[in-house]
Each structure stands twice: as structure tokens, then as C-alpha cells.
Design a protein around this ligand. Structure first.
Ligand code: F6R
Length: 633
């Protein structure tokens, strides 16, 4: 479902310079784009013409390709008249490498459709340095000879690159070799199992090449893209953000999901754009914004503050600033509780959780074996201390996040204890001779998974959970040995459903973090939603409330929070200790992203920051706060 704008509606906002459409989620946006591509292919077929497609790689277009494959298999869409040109390839890069875009395109699209292999063009990352210059000129000439690109699909990097046209790229650049920006390499690092393995160069179609396409569609999904999407759509054209050159292309559409669009002025501060419907959620968002802008606490906001900042219609709807302020203050005050499982024997009418039953059964779902303590270690501790039956479910083994050095350390300890076991010799040999572009073999994965299992148990024991309440689900979708996971299957859904059905929880805590750079948290959440869908008709589910915590990467915005749990300085230290038990994830972990702080530091800074924001709004001054949003299903 299109969430905010119909095509064409953007002109009204005055801030936006490129046409964009915001979808509720990436699946719906991708299906819409696949449909446009399919229609183009078919219309060309009717005219006996070739259809020339410019294609992208990366995480953004994957669902578009999935849908095109589905249309081929189920609806008979043929690609016999299609000729493709891919945007880019790492350099140097062999075609067979699992890291190559050549491999990616075949895995996601070409192996599953009826395209003539001779019609596939992907820059050759194995071309010699001597031939490279001429090769790039010929790539552009070949596109021209085919009649130019009818349709160009794009993603966008956080540097503002399209293709691999990094900041500084010229508006009329052609296909060429370039040096990758550091941020681009950081973002690619998880797929390459570490930044050191990411090539420093690439071959990319130029901005000029892309701009000659008759139609351009750029996809952007997720919070991580929100800032660059705003700069690209609302900012001035500049070589510092190469995607802004698309403002000059008059048949370009950005297809966004909710999260990627959230920084656009019309969504972030719609009261600055025009009349808006003042819902409860929008009022909260506006007041938090106004406090930040005026550097005032809620109860100090005046009628003038509201009037001066585009919110006079709110005043006329709600009365005076005094009325609005009191309402908002109380709303936030009521999110604060030291009793995340409900306060027994007390009036719960303005508390975030129910008082009864006083002892609740609780499942904390943790996508990786440490998200629980990183994201909600303090709340976890309180739930146990307050006598609830707390279960923890580690959804994946987390094995790929353990380095080979760490695995070797443990393998050698086993060898020291059992020197004559030939299996250990073999394992040590396998670890020592591992190649970087080959996935871990099963035995190595098993060892890495066990390391994470034991670390998790050490942490849950420290927090007082009996081992029998700790569930290692080892969901199969995760077990590929590489960053790319399998699609979720019935078996994954079944495992999660079974656990919920067995425990019959009153509370479920789950990671609602959709910004996880490699998507596991999102998949794990989708699995819980699928399980809830199956179980929702069962009686016990009427009593089950879902609380979402955010993963290691982001915190909820203040206006989104339904419950915050304060931590004393001692509880902050206890949480830190629980995180320390996950030793394999300390010190330069494999999937750090561009945030180089260790997980315990991130967790503490984030919890302190939430406390600081509450205090700034005029609420009590806590050392740290963990935040949750209630999910209604
Ligand atoms: C890929 C490409 C890049 C990506 C961009 C976004 O062929 O040219 O510009 O589109 O880096 O990557 P994802 O989609 O992985 O976020």
C-alpha cells in the first residue's frame, strides 16, 4: 500500500526536488517496481523490440528480482527480448567469487529466468589494468549501440553514490574505474566478513551513463538510508552527493519505504509543510520536536512557541499550550516504570503493564545471542528479580560473527585437553587453511555456534535464569555460513510457533529493529509475527502482550515509546557485566558497522541518552533508561 504520496503529489511540498513514492514496506514497493519492469518488457515484446535494462546489485533490489523470477515462473513473463547492463563490479574481482556482482546477479536473477546469456553485460572485474580504460569506453558504446537504457534500476549508498559514483563524481562521467569511499567499504564489510577483504576499487557506469536512461527508478529501504535520502531529494545538486544529479533527470522516481522516508520534511515535521491531521501520535512527535527546537521542557512551552513553529492549528484544536503540555507530560510520565512485568497489587490504570497475573511467563526473543543483554539487560534483570518466569530464546546461532582467531583459540584448548583426538587436528587444520571467499565448513560453524551458546549461558546464569529456560532455536534460515541467509521456511516458523505455544507467555519481548545492517533482526521479527498470526485464535494469546526493544543500532524516538525502565548506576554496571560474558563479540567484532564503539559502550550511551532526553523534557533525572514500544497484533 502506498503510504503517503501518490505519484505527482510531491510538487506540493516545496521542499522536494525529485519525484518519490513512499510505501508501507519494501515488499510492496518492490512488487510495484517489478510490475513496471514487466510491463516495459511486455510492451517492447508487442513491438518486437529489445528491452534494455540497467540493473543494480546490493540488498535494495533483491525483492524486485525475486518478484521478476516469480512472474517468470508463475505468470509466464519471458525475458527473451531483454538485454541487461549492470551498473558496477568490484575491481579486481573474479567472476566466480561469491563476493562478485557477477555471482550475485546469477544467484538472484539470471539463473532463474530465460534471458539469453549473451544479452547479459556485467563489468568484468578480471580485466587487466592495461585494457581497463578501453574496456570502460566500449561498455558505454555497447549501451549506446543497443539504443540506450530503457530503464535503470538504482540503489543509493550512504555516501550518496549511485552505481559506485562516489562523492566528487562528475555529472557527465562515463563508465570508469573508481576508488571506493571508506564508508562504502565499511557498509560492504559484513558481506565480505571484514573490511580488510573489501576491494578498494570498482568499475562503475558513470553519472552521465545513468542520466541518459529513459527512465530511472531508485530504491531505498530502511533507517540507514533516511539521512541520505533527504539530502538527495531536498538538497542542492552537488558532486558531494552524486545522487542529487538525478534532480536533473525528469523521469526519475524514488521508491521508498516508511523508514527511508522518515527524514523528509513532509514526514518528519509535516506541520512545517501545510495543514495536518493532528493525531495523538503526531501531537507527541511535534511536542518532542518543539522542546528540542526551543530547548525548553514540556511544561514551559507557551502559546507563542506553538504559534511561531507551524503548530497554531494544534492550539485551536486542543485549547491552550497549558492543556496540551499537561496532557503530554502525563503521557510521558506514565511510560516510566520500575516494574516492567507489572506492579502487583497496585492500580495499573495509568501504568504501561498489567498488575495481574503478578507472576508472568515471559519470553525474551533475542535474534543473535547477545541482543537480549545489549538491548534490554536492565529490564531482563528486573523481570527475573521481580519473580517472573523468564525464558530466553536465542533465535540464531550467531556463528558467523565469531572470528577464526577466536575459534582457533577454543579448538587449541580442546586439543590441549584431548591431545590425541584426530578430529581436533582436522578442525585446527581447516581453520588455519580457510580461504576468505569460501563459506565456513560445518564443523567450524558448529564450534563457533557453541562458543556463542556457552557465552550466552554464562550471561543468563549471571542474571539468574535456570538453564532449562534458555532455548537455543538455531533457526535454519541463518545456517548458510555466509552473510546471505536462506529465505525463511515453514520449519523456522514452526520452531518459533512451537515455543510460544508451549510456554504460553503473558509477555513477549522482541527486537523490533529494522535497521540491522544485515537484516537478521528483521527476519527474526517477521518470524515472530508469522507465529503470532498462526496462534492468535488461541485463548492464551489474548493475554499476551508484545514489547519491542530496539537492537544495537538505534533507539526508539521519544514519541514512539510506550514503556521506559529506569536503571540505577549499579544496574548499569550489572548490565555491562552481562554483556561482557559475550567475549567473542568484544574488541573489533566482525559486524561492527560504521560505529566503532563496543556493544556495551553503545548500550550505555544509548540508555544514558534516553534518560537525558526524558530529563530535558522535564521528567525525572535517571542514570539510564531502556525503552520499549508496545506492538498490537
Ligand atoms: C550496486 C550499486 C550500489 C548500491 C548501493 C546500495 O550495484 O551500484 O550503488 O545500489 O551501494 O546498496 P544496498 O542496496 O546494499 O544498500
Amino acid at each position: 500500500m502506498i503510504k503517503y504520496s501518490q505519484p505527482g503529489a510531491f510538487e506540493d511540498t516545496r521542499f522536494e526536488k525529485t519525484h518519490n513514492v513512499v510505501f508501507l514496506n519494501s515488499v510492496e514497493g518492490s512488487i510495484c517496481v517489478a510490475q513496471e519492469i514487466a510491463n516495459l518488457i511486455k510492451s517492447k515484446q508487442e513491438k518486437n523490440k529489445l528491452c534494455v535494462l540497467g540493473l543494480a546489485t546490493g540488498s535494495s533490489p533483491i525483492k524486485v528480482y525475486e518478484e521478476l523470477v516469480r512472474m517468470h515462473k508463475e505468470d509466464g513473463l519471458s525475458f527473451y527480448n531483454v538485454i541487461t547492463f549492470n551498473l558496477d563490479e568490484y575491481y579486481p574481482m573474479g567472476k566466480k567469487s561469491v563476493y562478485s556482482y557477477h555471482y550475485f546477479m546469477h544467484q538472484h536473477l539470471f539463473n532463474h529466468i530465460d534471458i539469453n546469456p549473451e544479452n547479459i553485460n556485467i563489468p568484468n572485474g578480471a580485466i587487466s589494468q592495461d585494457e581497463l580504460h578501453q574496456y570502460c569506453i566500449d561498455y558505454d558504446l555497447k549501451i549506446k549501440d543497443c539504443g540506450g537504457l530503457d530503464f535503470q534500476l538504482l540503489g543509493i549508498g550512504r555516501t550518496g553514490h549511485i552505481g559506485f559514483n562516489e562523492p566528487g563524481s562528475h555529472y557527465n562521467s562515463g563508465t570508469r574505474s573508481i576508488t571506493l569511499d571508506h564508508l562504502t567499504r565499511v557498509d560492504a564489510a559484513p558481506s565480505f566478513l571484514g573490511i580488510d577483504n573489501v576491494p578498494k576499487k570498482a568499475i562503475t557506469m558513470g553519472i552521465g551513463t545513468v542520466k541518459k536512461a529513459k527512465r530511472v527508478v531508485l530504491l531505498a529501504w530502511g533507517h540507514n538510508k533516511a539521512v541520505i535520502v533527504k539530502k538527495t531529494i531536498e538538497g542542492e545538486i552537488t558532486s558531494e552527493v552524486p545522487a542529487t544529479y538525478l534532480q536533473e533527470h525528469h523521469n526519475t522516481t524514488f521508491i521508498l519505504n516508511d523508514e527511508a522516508a522518515q527524514e523528509l520534511t513532509r514526514l518528519k515535521t509535516p506541520w512545517l509543510v501545510g495543514p495536518c491531521a493532528w493525531t495523538e501520535d503526531l501531537i507527541s512527535k511535534a511536542i518532542v520536536w518543539l522542546c528540542d527546537l526551543t530547548q525548553k521542557s514540556i511544561l514551559k512551552l507557551t502559546d507563542k512557541d506553538y504559534n511561531d513553529n507551524g503548530m497554531s492549528s494544534l492550539l485551536s484544536q486542543e485549547g491552550t499550550a497549558y492543556d496540551i503540555n499537561i496532557k503530554m507530560f502525563n503521557k510521558l510520565q506514565h511510560t516510566i516504570t520500575g516494574w516492567p512485568g507489572g506492579k502487583p497489587d497496585s492500580d495499573d490504570s495509568s501504568r504501561p503493564e498489567r498488575a495481574n497475573p503478578r507472576k508472568k511467563r515471559i519470553i525474551i526473543f533475542s535474534p543473535h545471542p547477545d541482543d537480549d543483554v545489549i538491548s534490554m539487560g536492565g529490564t531482563f534483570d528486573r523481570l527475573v528479580e521481580q519473580g517472573h518466569e523468564v525464558h530466553v530464546a536465542y533465535q540464531t546461532s550467531g556463528n558467523i560473527a565469531v572470528s577464526d582467531h577466536e575459534a582457533l583459540k577454543y579448538a587449541e584448548i580442546i586439543k590441549d585437553i584431548v591431545p590425541s583426538d584426530p578430529n581436533i587436528d582436522l578442525l585446527i587444520k581447516k581453520i588455519n587453511s580457510k580461504k576468505i571467499d569460501v563459506e565456513d565448513d560445518l564443523e567450524i560453524r558448529k564450534l563457533k555456534g557453541l562458543i556463542r551458546k556457552r557465552e550466552s549461558l554464562a550471561a543468563t546464569r549471571f542474571l539468574g535464569v535456570p538453564d532449562k529456560n534458555v532455548h537455543f532455536l538455531n533457526l535454519p534460515f541463518y545456517e548458510t555460513g555466509t552473510i546471505k541467509k536462506n529465505t525463511i521456511g515453514q520449519i523456522d516458523i514452526h520452531i518459533v510457533t512451537d515455543l510460544i505455544a508451549k510456554i504460553k507467555p503473558h509477555q513477549i519481548y522482541a527486537a523490533g529493529d529494522l535497521a540491522d545492517p544485515h537484516g537478521t533482526q528483521k527476519v527474526c521479527f517477521d518470524l515472530i509475527l508469522a507465529a503470532l498470526e498462526i496462534l492468535k485464535s488461541q485463548k492464551h494469546m489474548d493475554d499476551c502482550w508484545i514489547w519491542l526493544y530496539r537492537g544495537a543500532w538505534h533507539e526508539w524516538d521519544i514519541d514512539q515509546i510506550d514503556m521506559v525502565v529506569p536503571m540505577s548506576p549499579d544496574q548499569v554496571l550489572k548490565k555491562r557485566k552481562a554483556i561482557f560474558y559475550h567475549e567473542s563479540q568484544k574488541d573489533g567484532v566482525m559486524f561492527q558497522g560504521n560505529d566503532t564503539r563496543e556493544f556495551w559502550v553503545r548500550a550505555e550511551e544509548r540508555n544514558n541518552e534516553t534518560a537525558r532526553k526524558y530529563h530535558q523534557l522535564g521528567l525525572a533525572d535517571y542514570a539510564a533508561l531502556e525503552a520499549f514500544k508496545r506492538y498490537h497484533y
